[in-house]
Design a protein around this ligand. Structure first.
Ligand code: ADP
Length: 267
């Protein structure tokens, strides 16, 4: 099932070839797919409970997408059933202060999930080969070697017990237009609108090329990328839930067994 979205290491990714409105593997249309979600939510909560109790390994979920790609909505819908105690979300904005005074992975490494935790990155170290590249914030001689540095960093995390899932939410340029327009039109969404989003939208093709290369260069077996068609939110939520549940099932976290015999009753 996971192969449907997973990028094989060594592939030259071409996002243009993936239809953002497609719904591969969905249990049916919108109604049937929405109906399949609660069971996944329950299972995700159960697996997270086991992961936390086991307290030996962690799961890192990296979420990347174009502006208005649905990162916030995905986090809200997919994780609404899990125990907040074992889950941490980190949103990465443009680096400031101390962050700028260190290497690009410094702020990332500090917040990777501890044993037993699920860590969710809302944007990530990938901005340092995406936004930074497209907006020409540093020279190519600075960002280009980062593909390899990211590979080493993720290999370190994987080696030390972190399972990594990297998700690209794939929306069309037209879908982005509609969602940004909705932010302008709907008073309750207006707070989300940033003029910078329009500046980035002009750079759509350059972002696309940067994503193609970043995903191609950093898709490994230990830190795989998954491309999730995301024009349909109901499909995106189901697909992301499925990817996470299947990944955790494979990890098979177990409740620890008590080291010694326990008393039968509490007196
Ligand atoms: P979001 O769009 O994720 O909901 P914001 O609207 O606050 O959140 O946008 C965060 C901005 O920070 C994005 O434009 C993103 O490109 C930028 N950003 C994040 N990390 C970096 C980085 N390392 N270098 C430059 N810009 C970054």
């Amino acid at each position: 099932m996971l192969e449907r979205w997973r990028v094989q290491p060594g592939t030259n990714v071409d996002l243009e070839a993936v239809d953002p409105a497609s719904t591969p593997g969905a249990p049916g249309g919108k109604e049937a797919t929405l109906a399949a979600l609660p069971a996944l939510t329950v299972e995700l909560a159960d697996l997270q409970d086991r992961l936390a109790a086991e307290a030996r390994r962690s799961l890192l979920v990296v979420l990347q997408a174009p502006d208005a790609g649905g990162k916030d909505g995905t986090i809200r819908h997919v994780f609404h059933g899990v125990n907040p105690q074992g889950t941490r979300v980190h949103s990465f904005k443009a680096p400031a202060g101390d962050e700028r005074a260190h290497d690009f992975l410094w702020r990332v490494h500090r917040v990777v999930p501890a044993a037993g935790e699920i860590g969710i990155f809302n944007r990530s170290h990938y901005e340092d080969v995406l936004a930074v590249r497209v907006r020409k914030l540093v020279a190519p001689s600075v960002w280009r070697p980062r593909f390899e540095l990211i590979g080493s960093f993720e290999a370190l995390l994987a080696h030390e017990g972190t399972t990594i899932v990297k998700l690209y939410l794939h929306i069309s340029k037209e879908e982005q237009r509609e969602r940004l327009q909705a932010r302008l039109d709907d008073p309750d969404k207006r707070w989300k609108f940033r003029p910078e989003d329009l500046a980035d939208r002009v750079l759509w093709d350059r972002y696309r090329a940067a994503y193609n290369e970043a995903i191609s260069r950093t898709a490994t077996s230990q830190a795989p990328w998954f491309i999730v068609p995301a024009d349909h939110k109901w499909y995106r939520n189901w697909a992301v839930s499925t990817i996470l549940v299947e990944t955790l099932r494979k990890m098979d976290p177990r409740y620890p067994q008590p080291a010694e015999a326990l008393p039968k009753a509490v007196g």
